[in-house]
Design a protein around this ligand. Sequence first.
Ligand SMILES: *Cc1c(COP(=O)(O)O)cnc(C)c1O
Length: 504
Amino acid sequence: MSGAGPESLIFEKSLPGHRGADFPAAGVAPTACGDRAAALGVPADDVALLLPGVALREEPPRLPEVAELQVVRHYTRLSQLNYSVDTGFYPLGSCTMKYNPKLHDEMAALPGFAALHPYQAEDEVQGLLCLLYELEQALVEITGLKRASLQPAAGAHGELAGILMIKAYHRDHGGAGRDTVIVPDSAHGTNLASAAMAGYRVIEIPSSTRGLIDLAALRAGLSERTAALMLTNPNTLGLFEEDILEISSLAHEAGALCYYDGANLNAVMGKARPGDMGMDVVHLNLHKTFSTPHGGGGPGAGPVVAGAKLEPYLPVPLVRRSEPDGTFGFDYDRPLSIGRVKGFYGNVGVMVRAFAYILRMGSDGLTRAGEDAVLNANYLRVRLRDWYDVPYDGPCMHEFVMSAAKQARQGCTARDIAKRLLDFGIHPPTVYFPLIVSEALMVEPTETEDILSLDRFVEVMEQIDREICSDPETVRQAPHTTPVRRPDETQAARHPVLRWSPQP
Ligand SMILES: *Cc1c(COP(=O)(O)O)cnc(C)c1O
């Protein structure tokens, strides 16, 4: 990014007459002696015979006129404007922007996976079906639940599938009047949205002073109208819910089911299982915890894993293994299923990457990854808390939340600090989330960073804090080195310009 001068920002490269491809002129007759260019030539007189008039353009298409070298430079330059975990530290809390080994991409690109067609007969895709089956087994083992559907295309999609399963369960068990989902105020925004999309009323319960679910508030919120409690553990403050068993018991006693947002499973993987915490259904983000690169809008996968009560409601089809011959196939014969939630079987390439990751790590490796994620987050928390407030301080899991409230009083907000980090080639943490921390900076270093990059982040954060005292204007005006300074984020989100069109 830092190398991008104004020259490289010129997007329109077209110049009349510049060409990246050559076609032989029409009307050149093929020659007998094998002149290839001429042999490919279109006989001028025959064009009208070969193509019907409606298919003929009256004017040439308005395409950019650029030579091959300019095209290569254009796209290579654009790819370099993009910040990525392959170019630098990316501590974006709740997003798990860890390094994803390239081997997993190579596995997904193997022709035996990548060149399959979704309409191929089951007996031609036994290898892939076996992989999907074994991936399901692995996710069931990791979560301590019963069965999984790999279909949902994202975390939020898995949430919606899980909540619809809960709804179907209550409908069949005399709970049709249950119209409410309880969500802690530290929840990820998608939780409330998924519950509302499934037609539920959402009740938010406040966190305790320690940043955990407040048992008294939970008791007060639960009633015969509660369909589910939706929680994230560790929660978005990076704290493990110590009372999780009591929490799930209270929900079950009230006749509600427990939904576990397992988008970021790093911290507990191999150590604790949602199924053992009393959870009825979980979604996982394969594109966060299980090594699919993400952040560019997809594709992802948000498998939904269910315990005994909800397993019959999983989306169809599931992958079945027939005994005794051990062949694999799709099982549609599941009368209580909520139905399909995705075309074909979801984003299979993501599943191949996740399977490669799980095999390569093994159960010891997954546990170690979780331990390192927690160690790295705690290292940063302890080193940074002398400069930035950590409101819910104490051992954290894979992430923690700082507050820039003190710096804001000195005139530089969390947003300014985030922008200033860009000048040092560091992706900012998540800012202003969770909402219960003012001027929040949510840091998730992930297990793949070494101590050198953690130390550098600490040094840069210290330097920014010093600048806020000595030279606040530099921080308020940041970033200074990026190709785009401070875009209008609302406009960019509401009216994104995603395709090129010719200038009038
Ligand atoms: C990322 C995330 C989600 C949503 O996942 P998407 O794949 O972006 O839909 C849900 N919950 C938590 C806690 C997350 O971090």
